[in-house]
Design a protein around this ligand. Structure first.
Ligand code: NI
Length: 167
């Protein structure tokens, strides 16, 4: 296992569209293990292959519900709406308010090629949508509604402190 360097905004490899995973072999298992180790080391909630410079439709997610590895994911259901300050390991130090579906269901394959379905609410639903976008070369800061700003983590902390004081 190895920690891979995470590439950041401006690196064109983040814009690569993931090609389908077709070989579910030992090499894929090692890549997934590396991605999990890289994500946990960061630490982060999810990591897409694009973030280590690969054009592969493969991502990993770790939340309270567990660890999920998804090859060739397809979102099959989205419903509800929830807003939150979102961030990304490839856009370090920044956050933006993003509306996402509150419930997401995704199907894909695990390292052995077995079909898996993940149904998530809230934070997990957000992670599914965020990683799915990465696999299509998209970042969470793309297509923010007009007026929605990207702020530094320090600025966010300052605002949240202010809100707490106002309560
Ligand atoms: Ni991200």
């Amino acid at each position: 296992m190895a920690i891979r360097p995470i590439i950041t905004l401006g690196d064109p490899r983040l814009r690569l569209v993931g090609q389908p995973v077709v070989k579910f072999d030992r090499e894929l298992g090692q890549l997934i293990d590396d991605m999990v180790e890289t994500m946990d080391d960061a630490p982060g909630v999810g990591l897409a292959a694009q973030q280590i410079g690969l054009d592969v439709a493969l991502c990993v997610i770790r939340v309270d519900e567990g660890l999920f590895e998804l090859a060739n994911p397809e979102i099959v259901h989205l419903s509800g709406e929830e807003g939150a300050w979102e961030g990304c390991l490839s856009v370090p130090g920044y956050r933006a308010w993003r509306w996402r579906a509150e419930h997401a269901v995704v199907t894909g394959q695990d390292r052995h090629g077995r079909r898996v379905t993940v149904s998530g609410h809230g934070y997990l639903a957000r992670a599914i949508q965020h990683e799915f976008d990465h696999l299509h070369g998209e970042l969470y800061i793309d297509g923010l509604p007009e007026g929605e700003e990207i702020i530094t983590e320090e600025e966010l902390e300052r605002r949240l402190d202010e809100e707490t004081e106002a309560d």
